[in-house]
Design a protein around this ligand. Structure first.
Ligand code: SAM
Length: 261
């Protein structure tokens, strides 16, 4: 009998309708598939039915990793590791389709790391990921809304994002206290060029540090009051951080990188 560990965010999906929806959200026949945190293997079984060419799973929990090794034998390549210690760019030479009912405590960290580490050539063709609904709402928010923020701007930089459905606590065992949402991410063909994504992180961190205040102070802190950038990007310093659209943040990062040229 497997006892769920709270510290590893273990809420196992048991709703067969939802498992079916997730496994059918994108075609994976003859593709390389990666599942983050297969847990007791519920989603794993559904994915296997779709006949991927290779199926890699990353599971941190030693007990669960040996359990699925026993259940699925040589159908899986099991990496018994913390996903945050894995170099995702070196997993395969082919593009990977990724699935994950992510452990909630590290879901934003995983997504942010993957985006920041992205090379020009994407290592995945789709990310099919489940988040707590409140985090998903932040990822898909629009500007001028209260959910819009750093995670929205980073996620939408290089990725198209589609929300598939919300999932109620009843679909899991043990039941979490919150609703979840399923999102699908695919690479954008055209995205704004930024030299170092850490600069985008920095700009958004400083701007959203006081989200109710005008952007005058963070702007002056980062750009030393530079008027030319303000005029070029038509930025009004009396606005609040959530009033600047995505592109303005990407352009601001670009200008920040060119300061002093
Ligand atoms: N995919 C399964 C399902 O849907 O039933 C389990 C999902 S459960 C929310 C999260 C899974 O991620 C657990 O199996 C947990 O042990 C694993 N996990 C937690 N932290 C992890 C980490 N840092 N690296 C890899 N796996 C992790």
């Amino acid at each position: 009998m497997i006892k769920a560990k709270k510290s590893l965010g273990q809420n196992f999906l048991i709703d067969r309708n939802i498992l079916k929806i997730i496994s059918e959200v994108t075609s994976i026949k003859d593709k390389i598939v990666l599942e983050i945190g297969p847990g007791t293997g519920n989603l794993t079984s559904f994915i296997l039915k779709k006949k991927p060419k290779q199926f890699i799973v990353i599971e941190k929990d030693n007990d669960l990793a040996s359990n699925i090794a026993e259940i699925f034998k040589d159908q899986l390549k099991i990496i018994n590791e913390d996903v945050l210690n894995i170099d995702e760019n070196s997993l395969s030479t082919e593009k990977i389709t990724v699935f994950g009912n992510l452990p909630y405590n590290i879901s934003t960290e995983i997504l942010s790391r993957w985006i920041i580490n992205l090379k020009n050539d994407f290592w995945f063709d789709r990310l099919v990921l489940m988040f707590q609904k409140e985090v998903a709402d932040r990822i898909i928010a629009n500007f001028n809304s209260s959910y819009y923020g750093r995670l929205t701007i980073l996620s939408n930089w290089k990725l198209n994002i589609e929300k598939i459905c919300d999932i109620k606590p009843d679909s899991f065992s043990p039941k979490p206290k919150i609703d979840s949402s399923l999102l699908v991410f695919s690479p954008k063909e055209n995205f704004f060029r930024i030299n170092d994504p850490k600069n985008l992180e920095k700009i958004t961190r400083v701007f959203f540090n006081h989200r109710r205040k005008m952007i005058k102070k963070p702007y002056n802190q980062l750009f030393n009051g530079n008027q030319k950038v303000l005029e070029k990007l038509k930025i009004n310093l009396n606005l609040r951080p959530q009033n600047l659209n995505f592109e303005t943040y990407y352009k601001l990062t670009n200008e920040f990188e060119n300061l002093g040229d």
